[in-house]
Design a protein around this ligand. Structure first.
Ligand SMILES: [Zn+2]
Length: 185
């Protein structure tokens, strides 16, 4: 059951993209070796032929996202601690949704700012500032002293609105379809 579940999740293009961005190829290899079984960081590094430090770095990243946990036991012969790792892969969908929500908050703040601000921009270098500052500077560009003119931000507003709508849709309907559709853009 666990094995089936894990592999299916990794087929989701959005999940793969998330792991590629946050953990890289080595991270995906580590996830594959941990599907359906627990393993120590040392055995994972050895199996994959990667440095132990790199394996640990990736495992602790997974731990930070609460996508993996470890059990610490003491090896009686050598007296060292051994860390045995377990994946919690189904949580990745929540992690991805949380990330999308943070992006959504950021875009919403930007949209607020764009819709509540009148902008002026320089006819030379397109440097853009809010009306209040432009007025204080007597409509001269702070960079080049060029003329500042009213700047229509309708295109920016529309782009933000469509990005927000797309994200809201993905957050409400986190199906594989929505994931792959967002990836294609
Ligand atoms: Zn200028």
């Amino acid at each position: 059951m666990k094995m089936e579940n894990g592999s299916a999740i990794l087929e989701d293009s959005n999940v793969r993209q998330f792991f590629e961005e946050t953990l890289g190829d080595e991270g995906i290899k580590i996830i594959h070796t941990l599907i359906g079984r627990d393993a120590t960081d040392e055995s994972i590094a050895e199996e994959l032929g990667i440095k132990l430090n790199l394996a640990r770095k990736i495992l602790y990243k997974l731990y930070d996202y609460r996508l993996a946990s470890y059990a610490r036991t003491k090896d009686k012969d050598i007296g060292w601690y051994i860390y045995t790792w377990t994946l919690n892969l189904p949580r990745v969908r929540d992690v991805i949704i949380e990330r999308k929500k943070r992006v959504l908050d950021d875009l919403s703040s930007r949209l607020d700012y764009e819709t509540n601000t009148v902008f002026f921009s320089c006819t030379n270098d397109r440097f853009r500032i809010p009306y209040d500052i432009a007025s204080e500077r007597e409509f001269r560009c702070p960079q080049c002293e060029g003329t500042l003119e009213f700047s229509n931000n309708q295109v920016v507003v529309e782009r933000l609105e469509s990005e927000i709508a797309k994200l809201q849709d993905e957050i409400e309907k986190p199906s594989s379809d929505a994931f792959s559709a967002s990836r294609m853009q």
